[in-house]
Design a protein around this ligand. Structure first.
Ligand code: DO4
Ligand code: MG
Length: 282
């Protein structure tokens, strides 16, 4: 069983329970925002006892206009090494990898986030852009993790490499985030070593790069990331945190218009997005 967000004529962000390729409404949870306002125990009880009718609609990213999307960075050894390789100031990445305080950044909102099978963007003014295949955690207003999904933290790599202060421009632009296809309730996630994350870039029907890791290689605990994210912050409607990438392509691989990026996380599914170039005035 997984959680989906559907768009149809009555509701642009309908909360739906997916079971055996059918979708069912949950009368006490009309939208995903309502799920974030429940405690984890209430959410689980209402989902497990739901007897809602079958619903249909277009599968969209599991996020609503009230929910923010944030990112964590340099949380895997591979990410630390890749940043050091691409950056003119490698020391900042080494230091944040070892520090108690993690790197956290605002990544976007529903309007900026693509669902599966919709295009992600690469900036026209970045020489190289890469996918960042990540596990996203869904955190309710009570700081409890209610679910897991897949996030592609698409990044203008050469822009960030030129100067870390360009991070916001490298991370946040039209089409720079993809999320989905589903949210797996947190009580169903496999143990970290079995939560494998695999990614590939397909060009002209051929894979030009693939790699994998697992959540067990994350260098920080999820509770630590949640703790820092909520410091001096309020998320009355919950928040989604993409927990950082453990898979980074080598420097000679960069996304191009027409590529397809597939990210598969065990237990959740596959997030698939084609790539388009974002012009100066989209
Ligand atoms: O430091 C820049 C961002 C790193 C990041 O997004 C990641 O490690 O996933
Ligand atoms: Mg990232």
């Amino acid at each position: 069983m997984k959680i989906a967000v559907l768009k149809n004529e009555e509701n642009s962000h309908l909360f739906a329970i997916q079971k055996e390729s059918k979708f069912y409404a949950c009368s006490s949870i009309p939208t995903l925002t309502d799920a974030f306002r429940l405690t984890l125990a209430e959410f689980r009880e209402q989902v497990e006892s739901s007897t809602g009718h079958e619903v249909n609609g277009e599968l969209v990213a599991p996020i609503t206009p009230e929910i923010e999307l944030w990112g964590a960075g340099v949380t895997y050894l591979r990410s630390r090494d890749a940043r050091k390789e691409e950056s003119g100031v490698p020391d900042v990445y080494q230091r944040v990898y070892e520090a108690d305080r993690p790197e956290l950044f605002y990544k976007g909102n529903a309007r900026r986030t693509r669902g599966t099978n919709t295009p992600i963007g690469i900036r026209y003014d970045s020489a190289a852009s890469v996918p960042e295949p990540e596990v996203a955690i869904f955190i309710n207003r009570f700081r409890e993790i209610i679910g897991y999904s897949i996030c592609n933290d698409v990044t203008a790599r050469s822009m960030e490499g030129e100067n870390p202060l360009y991070l916001s421009q490298a991370k946040m632009y039209v089409g720079s985030a993809a999320l989905g296809p589903y949210m797996l309730p947190s009580w169903l996630i496999p143990v970290p070593a079995e939560t494998t994350i695999a990614a590939k870039i397909i060009r002209d029907d051929k894979s030009i790069w693939d790699a994998s890791t697992s959540l067990a290689s994350l260098n920080r605990s999820l509770s630590d990331l949640v703790d820092y994210l909520f410091r001096c912050q309020e998320f009355p409607d919950g928040v989604i945190l993409s927990t950082g990438t453990g898979i980074v392509p080598p420097l000679e691989i960069a996304l191009a218009q027409g590529d397809i990026v597939e990210i598969t996380v065990a237990g959740i599914g596959t997030l698939s997005n084609s790539v388009i170039k974002i012009p100066e005035s989209p």
